[in-house]
Design a binder for this molecule. Structure first.
Ligand SMILES: [Zn+2]
Ligand SMILES: [Zn+2]
Length: 330
């Protein structure tokens, strides 16, 4: 879990840590608020215009975990990357922050001599799609749900964190979109890309390699952690729970699950997180229906026994996410 907090260290801090010769992991825990800002605003100007800071970023921050059969998870800053290698080329899921683009390509070259053919963005957040421009320079096609491309092109208010999220340049947008589901046939795999409506955002997909029995959940799954639900981008707790069900219906006890954040997981881990979220939702719902305000519900500390799930989303923010999701559905 400690590693997780380092995954989304804000750029400025990462650069600062690097300049001080310190490993980001040593500092992960102390920056929760700032990390949150980075995750929710991975597109904002501060990040996008900080290309100059790229030189200051630590070198070699991406780790590689083999899943067997030519599959890998790439860890490090931002969301977990899934990689499928084989004779038909490389298939990639998500590409972290813009500053990680060069290293992602370098690491993938050590895994396969074949070109990168496709990069699927599980959603629009910049810790999963920031590397798009760089990946395009290899000739890769960037694929995502149509709402991902739409979100990248607009400024909007992230009310949950009181920030304006800026559009990103067109060079980062996906060039091939779909409206429901799509399937790739590559490297001997049937690769189902399944749209999960109004979950972490309004453009999330999960990606299932049928023959290999490997599932990438994107940010619909924060393994063992309270999830960030981007309620200002069409996300909802209900949708996130539903996306877990879509996944659970698809997989078995042998499935290897790559979460958006956190370590590799199994069906049991996913079920545990889903159960926690269902319980959180029902506790907040009960109080909401009894006429309590968000302030009253929060003050009642209704989910304090789930403190071990606290991430950059703390208990109060988790309650707020559940409240907003339920209030919107009323
Ligand atoms: Zn993420
Ligand atoms: Zn996200």
């Amino acid at each position: 879990m400690k590693q997780y907090f380092a995954y989304i260290l804000p750029l400025a801090m990462l650069a600062a840590c690097s300049q001080a010769g310190l490993d980001a992991d040593d500092h992960g825990h102390s920056h929760r608020q700032a990390e949150l800002a980075d995750h929710s605003h991975s597109h904002d100007n501060k990040i996008i215009s900080s290309a100059h800071a790229q030189d200051d970023a630590p070198k070699g921050v991406i780790g590689t975990e083999s899943l067997g059969g030519g599959f890998y998870m790439l860890t490090g800053p931002g969301g977990n990357i899934g990689v499928s290698t084989g004779d038909d080329g490389v298939f990639v899921i998500d590409d972290k922050f813009a500053r990680n683009g060069d290293e992602i390509i370098k690491v993938i070259k050590t895994l396969s001599n074949e070109p990168i053919r496709y990069v699927v963005n599980t959603h629009y957040h910049g810790d999963h799609s920031g590397g798009n421009s760089k990946m395009k320079t290899t000739g890769a096609t960037i694929v995502a749900h149509e709402n991902v491309r739409a979100r990248m092109g607009i400024d909007f208010e992230n009310k949950l964190f009181g920030r304006t999220v800026k559009a990103v340049p067109e060079g980062q947008w996906p060039t091939l979109t779909f409206s429901e589901n799509t399937t790739f046939y590559m490297n001997g795999q049937t690769v189902h890309v399944i749209y999960t409506p109004n979950a972490h955002t309004d453009g999330d997909s999960i990606v299932y390699f049928k023959e290999a029995n490997i599932l990438h959940m994107g940010d619909n799954f924060f393994n063992g952690l309270f999830p960030y639900v981007d309620v200002d981008s069409g996300g909802s707790l209900q949708g996130m729970i539903a996306s877990h069900q879509t996944a659970l219906d698809l997989i078995d006890d042998e499935t290897q699950i790559i979460p958006g954040h956190g370590p590799m997981a199994t069906k049991t881990d996913l079920k545990m997180t889903q159960n926690m979220l269902i319980d959180v939702q029902s506790r907040v719902k009960k109080r909401l229906e009894a006429g309590e305000s968000l302030e009253q519900i929060t003050a009642g500390k209704p989910i304090s026994d789930y403190a071990q799930f606290s991430s950059f989303i703390d208990e109060d923010t988790m309650v707020k996410i559940a409240y907003i999701s339920l209030a919107k559905a009323k």
